[in-house]
Design a protein around this ligand. Structure first.
Ligand SMILES: Nc1ncnc2c1ncn2[C@@H]1O[C@H](COP(=O)(O)OP(=O)(O)OP(=O)(O)O)[C@@H](O)[C@H]1O
Length: 609
């Protein structure tokens, strides 16, 4: 299982940087050979110095050369390690880019319903931190093991020429070290898995504290210390657990070090015994000591790196599980076909006994709704808060898979239509439309990104939506950055943002126009202006218009009244007034507030087809 993911990581790393893999193998072989070379030079150097001290040799030349050689090896070792670390950094950056791109591509393609699921966010948070480093780590660890093996086998080979017991003493220390490191690697991963929800909660609290929008309310309601306390508790909880695991690990590692020290003492005993029986020189003794120490540290490296590989492959598995996320049977989104959207709707839109529940919830938010909308017809959808108006629109766009019934465009079932083509033909301004902290041009042209450079269309749309008047006052015109999140941009009002959203919808130019409370943030005069332009904004388009303003709804060709997810009334304003049902009740209630205004609106609008 783990091996499979190790290979996945290797193949990804190979694809992203062949040069890194090749140069790393080469460098690790070189670095791995250095310890034995160092030990050999040290032995010769100590023997040569000892011969000079004892007066056996009078020439200093060879000793100086050995000294220079030892110095040279040390410099080369440092240079090679630094080169490797620079190559690693470079590779990590590239890999991070490639993996982050993969994650982003997945994020923009998964069904919208995934974003309703906290587990999905937990998963995303887990894999999103330092993906490059995490993918590189097992490959790097494999190379390190390879390098440590070169050092280990060369040193063991040298020690075996002296005595077999060195092999036994080395292996005795290796096994417990490997077990302990692997166990802690696994525990660290499970800890991260278990801590993610709490870490996300802490991060949410700190985001709230940093948020520009939140800054006002936090001061106004005095929420600062509540949020800080909540953040602090979550943060410290995770920190305590992590520290606890670290303490446990350190305790066991100290015990392991003690075992290693005892084994080293054993090796030292063998060395002293060998000195006596084989009458070795002091340099041989020093090099034996270095070799035993080098063997132990190579073994330590190998077990530590193996445990690292184990831990990182768990992460890599998690990453691929995210990237390979598939929709559950039945599907979450609705659109999956490959048929083109009708060029010009002939029969219109038809809902046939549509029932819908949000994923992982029980309540039917839309219940057995059926209706037909003719091409070019203007429909107002009204109903109390939470009656299902926005949800109905989301289903119509295929953002969710309905539980029962079907949604038809002419004779095409929604699921059979190609997704991009469907979205091209439906233009929506949601209540919570996006306010991109980018230029005015981008904010509008995002309606049809292929036309980003079409300034003529941009200006025409701006004129129709009234955004041109705002742009006139901006220093850089359409190139002015909006909002202050990213740039020192222009802060525009809620109503102005709404106009920009309307311009974006116009820019997109689909056959069907859906407006979810498009005038909610507008002042009465601006609202009146939008209504005046309505006929032009929606000309030739089938329009669904969600509104709490009965005065605006009455101008529609037909009005749909939703209550607790059911379509309880539909008809023209006059028909529904005559029925004297829910619509008439809501209308009467509002009429008391703005009877004069209605008269004005009535005159201004008249946008029925
Ligand atoms: N993502 C979601 N997951 C679960 N339930 C949801 C979700 N979005 C909305 N709901 C529920 O569905 C019901 C209908 O919501 P919807 O937003 O469609 O109502 P609405 O009529 O548009 O309301 P409003 O007039 O307040 O905008 C609500 O009870 C809401 O709690």
């Amino acid at each position: 299982m783990g091996i499979r993911y190790l290979f996945c990581a290797m193949s990804l790393v190979w694809k992203s940087g062949k040069w890194w893999v090749i140069s790393s193998i080469f460098l690790h072989i070189l670095i791995g050979s250095l310890p034995l070379a160092t030990i050999w030079v040290t032995k010769e150097l100590v023997n040569s110095v000892s011969a000079i001290i004892q007066g056996e040799v009078h020439e200093y030349g060879p000793t100086i050369w050995l000294l220079l050689l030892e110095f040279g090896i040390a410099v080369v070792a440092v240079a090679l390690r630094n080169l490797q670390s620079w190559l690693d950094q470079r590779m990590e950056v590239l890999l991070n880019h490639d993996l982050q791109k993969k994650i982003s591509e997945k994020l923009v393609s998964v069904p919208l319903a995934y974003f309703e699921n906290p587990q999905y966010y937990h998963h995303l948070t887990r894999i999103n931190s330092g993906a490059g480093g995490r993918f590189l780590a097992p490959v790097r660890n494999t190379f390190e093991i390879f390098q440590a093996c070169i050092s280990l086998f060369s040193l063991l080979g040298y020690l075996l020429t002296l005595h077999w017991s060195f092999l036994l003493l080395s292996l005795l220390g290796a096994v417990p070290m490997l077990i302990v490191h692997a166990k802690f690697g696994q525990q660290k991963f499970w800890l991260m898995l278990h801590q993610t929800p709490v870490a996300r909660e802490a991060s949410y609290m700190s985001q709230l504290i940093m948020d520009r929008q939140g800054a006002k309310e936090i001061r106004l309601f005095g929420l600062g210390s509540y949020l800080i306390n909540r953040w602090s508790k979550r943060y410290l909880k995770n920190a305590r657990e992590a520290l606890h695991l670290m303490r446990k690990q350190q305790g066991i590692e100290i015990a392991l070090e003690a075992v290693t020290a005892v084994l080293y003492l054993g090796a030292a005993g063998v060395m002293i015994w060998l000195m006596r029986v084989k009458s070795m020189q002091i340099g041989d003794f020093v090099s034996m000591g270095q070799a035993v120490h080098g063997t132990q540290s190579s073994i330590n490296q190998i077990s530590f790196r193996l445990a690292g590989i184990f831990e990182e492959t768990l992460y890599i598995r998690d990453f691929f599980q995210f990237i390979d996320l598939e929709e559950p049977a039945g599907g979450l989104s609705s659109v999956r076909g490959d048929l083109p959207f009708p060029k010009q709707l002939q029969e219109g839109i038809r809902f046939e006994n549509v029932t819908f529940r949000y994923p992982d919830t029980e309540r039917r938010v839309i219940e057995d709704v059926s209706f037909q909308i003719q091409p070019g017809e203007k429909i107002a959808i009204v109903g109390e808060n939470g009656s299902g108006k926005t949800t109905l629109v989301k289903c119509l766009m295929g953002l969710y898979h309905v539980d029962k019934g079907q949604i038809m465009f002419d004779d095409l079932e929604l699921r059979s239509i190609e997704e991009r083509d469907l979205f091209r033909n439906i233009t929506v301004i949601f209540q919570d439309f996006m306010k991109y902290s980018l230029t005015v041009r981008e904010n509008i042209a995002f309606g049809d990104i292929d036309q980003l450079d079409n300034l003529e269309k941009l200006e025409e749309v701006a004129r129709r939506s009234g955004v041109d008047r705002l742009v006139q006052h901006l220093e850089d015109g359409y190139a002015t950055n909006l909002g202050r999140t990213l740039f020192d941009g222009e802060d525009v009002s809620g109503g102005q943002w709404q106009k920009i959203a309307i311009a974006r919808a116009l820019f997109s130019g689909g056959q069907i126009m859906i407006l979810d409370e498009p005038t909610a943030a507008l002042d009465p005069q601006a609202e009146m202006e939008v209504f005046r332009q309505f006929k032009m904004l929606t000309a030739g388009k089938t329009t669904l218009f969600i509104s709490h303003r009965m005065a605006a709804a009455r101008m529609a060709d037909r009005i749909f009244v939703l209550k607790e997810g059911r379509l309880i009334e539909s008809g023209t304003h006059e028909e529904l007034q005559t029925q004297n049902g829910e619509y008439a009740r809501m209308y009467r209630m509002q009429a008391q507030w703005y009877s004069e205004e209605i008269e004005g609106l009535q005159e201004a609008v008249a946008w029925r087809s």
